[in-house]
Design a protein around this ligand. Sequence first.
Ligand code: ADP
Ligand code: MG
Length: 706
Amino acid sequence: MSAPSEIATPAPVVPASGQETLPVLKRPVASLWGVGPDRAALLGRLGIRTIEDLLLNRPRRYEDRRHFKRISELQKGEPGTARGRIVALGLKRFRHGTKSVFEIVLDDGSARLHCRWWNLPFMEKYFARDDEVFVFGKLIQTRPRTIDHPETEVIEAGEESFIHIARIVPIYSLTEGLPQRWLRGLTWRTLEQFDAQLNEFGWTQEPKGAAQISKPADSAVRSGAPSAKEPPPASARVADLTLPPRKSAIRMIHFPEELSDMEIARRRLALDEFVEFQRQIQGRRKKFEANARALPCGGDNRLMKPFLAGLGFKLTGAQTHVLREIRADMNGEHPMRRLLQGDVGSGKTAVAACSALMAIESGCNVALMAPTEILAEQHFQNFKKWFGPLGVRVELQTGSRKAEKFEETESPVLVAGTHALFSSGFDLPRPGLVIIDEQHRFGVAQRDQLVRKGNYPHVLVMTATPIPRTLGLTLYGDLDVSVIDAMPVGRGTLRTFVRATDKLPKVYDFIREKVAAGRQAYVVYPRVEDSGDKELKAVTAEYENLKRIFAPFAVGLLHGKLSGREKETVMSAFRGNQIRILLATSLIEVGVDVPNATVMMIENAERFGLAQLHQLRGRIGRGGHASFCVLISNAKNVEARQRLKILEDTSDGFKIAEADLKLRGPGELLGREQSGMPNFRFGDLVEDLDLIRQAREIVKIPGLVH
Ligand code: ADP
Ligand code: MG
């Protein structure tokens, strides 16, 4: 859509008083010629407040106006751009004037195209007969050729028309009252106007250490990149040699000369974002290390030895290796900040126990935080069993259960709990180590909050969500990473099958057979923990149904609406094998460990993420028996079925997480509640692993490995 052209020629900036002292990039957009208070307010709605914001405003898409389609060539259902002259237009009102449709008819010599806007009568004022118009949209029908609610732009002859036609043009996100053409013109003029000054003001001054390298000769000339007069800094060696300087990249992102320029420019600007982000991470960490001292918690093995002797299995090489890294950290003068990654069932709990003992041997208290009460309770039971014989006190603190007060003089304790562990009123003296299990459920902000509470305890974060490298290097970039990369031996096999609902009777038979042979089973039903009554009814109805189907075997029900005590009762009956088949919501996803359970059936599997399904099936295949996971899905959608097939084919948690990241994005993978997700304009957490690596090289974070 177009507005009367407000500006004919660029004029010099007349900065409001005081603004001339601001660097160009930091000046408000209102200081630009042609931007009055109204337009500045509209730009503000798009988050564009300074000249820098304007220049970094990434186009939503591009239109190649060097080549557009003839109207006769537009295909039904495919987005395309055409241009034509308005030969007819009109507004129709109906339903007593409450509804309307405005229509323009374009002709380009090849055919006619009808463009319609429903219930937007004011569109009328933007068009006139004989206007030349660009149209972008999808044909909904061919007789007559019609597009509903297309994007349009009236072509205006004049000095500036070269900005808008016969080139690849940027299409920006808009807000009501802000014309595309005006914003494009403003961006163009701003780029032109400050071209010279921006050299002085630091556009060519690269983010410290980033690539100071021009593109290969031919494109450098084309995009006007300055030839590098100074020798590139040492760090430039690691940077991508194909990337242009920042200044050229900013021009290219708005007005690419070739289609390939867009991606080149995006990568250059993404690299800058990653460098900036890594610098922040490194800054935080340096500050932390300068201020924080930790209690030495390496231990002396006096409890560890009897613990390992009584454990009933030998630690794997991977577990031992990780423990060595943890001990080195806990002996150091800085508090440990370590992320322990290990696929479901890789034995992170035993590693947590050994780490806890190191701290306890050193005379410090340990807190172990779990995302759910069930898991806190399970850890509590486990650790009591393990540590009781060693004379170490173990306590449980959850929303429904408070631990005893702890005295400063007491011998060290381990407290397992949920968030409540760190809520007000609970104060653990001499906190040596905080272990956070299944961390992605907590979020980065919460993690930082924990850290401040105590007197800089060592922190060990454990997660079974295999974190794709891109996220590991950004979101968790301030943590050292250890990976348990091998499973304990002697595990039974775990096989996964995708089945349609018509196979349910067979699956039930299969479950009954396994239960009759002494095993236990999970039936998982997708339901968010605090959804409405309707879903609760559904899961309860399903429960009655399954009780009938599996009689006389005992069926239990576990969901988020049960009280802490009720959940505990159900779980302990399942652990004790009194409940043979457990119908549960995804509540059981994390950490639950019942080795005798060998079958899992997941209903409506397409409603889960792949990583989440992988977590769920990690509940089985924990003992020596062969285990089976059956994903039930009636998804008509072939893609959804294909997606589930990935789980049939691989048990590699990393591959699954990468696939999930590609399919659903980082927010879904880590849980929506994940805070601290960086918001990159240009950076892409799915695709840009190489750039993230370069950024880390450029910023050089010592000691951080992945
Ligand atoms: P996760 O890493 O998913 O938290 P767990 O710590 O719950 O896994 O361990 C899964 C199962 O493997 C538990 O029953 C645990 O006792 C067992 N386990 C852990 N380490 C070993 C080992 N080295 N050898 C044999 N079994 C082990
Ligand atoms: Mg676990």
